[in-house]
Design a protein around this ligand. Structure first.
Ligand code: FES
Ligand code: FES
Length: 178
């Protein structure tokens, strides 16, 4: 078969695009109804659909923790999570932690301990630390280091991040005793 006849016999077949799915999420206390493609990650949904760009994209491969958010109270990597899998979930991002003008105790502690330099990892560090404290498993500094090891800080602010988390944990314990 010559080239001409080969081209003539080629059919132009394109696969149908998968349909978008309607999902409902509660994001930082507000109900959101969205139509998302099956491959849209929760990270892209937050950043591209909802303009919540506080949650950062670092590696996009589950290796840096910059995209950490809380879903139904548990910390997860939003870059590894398909949005359609979280239909009906409650999502908390860094934008939802403060109560009006009052910073979340961890946000305040990060400022007081100078726990960032460039700040790119900071939203993920803070959301992860919120999850860590809620889990209640960290008793020692080594526990905190271990349980925060999924959150990479390329600026090396680890001692300050540890101090900030310890301060927030102590403050939480004091308020629980009152
Ligand atoms: Fe999700 Fe790095 S961007 S873990
Ligand atoms: Fe720069 Fe952590 S403050 S990466």
């Amino acid at each position: 078969m010559n080239n001409k006849s080969a081209n003539e016999s080629t059919e132009n077949i394109s696969a149908p695009s998968p349909a978008k799915s309607a999902i409902t999420l509660t994001v930082n206390g507000a109900k959101k109804q969205l139509e998302v493609a099956p491959w849209t990650t929760l990270l892209d949904l937050l950043r591209e659909y909802l303009d919540l760009t506080g949650t950062k994209k670092g590696c996009d491969h589950g290796q840096c923790g910059a995209c950490t958010v809380l879903v139904d109270g548990k910390r997860i990597n939003a870059c590894l999570t398909l949005a359609v899998m979280k239909d009906g979930a409650d999502v908390m991002t860094i934008e939802g932690l403060a109560a009006g003008e009052t910073l979340h105790p961890l946000q305040q502690a990060f400022i007081e301990h100078d726990a960032f330099q460039c700040g790119y990892c900071t939203p993920g560090q803070i959301c992860s630390a919120v999850g860590l404290i809620q889990e209640g498993r960290a008793q020692t500094a080594d526990d905190i280091r271990e349980l925060m090891s999924g959150n990479i800080c390329r600026c090396g602010a680890y001692p300050n991040i540890l101090a900030a988390i310890q301060q927030a944990m102590r403050a939480g314990e004091r308020s629980a005793l009152r």
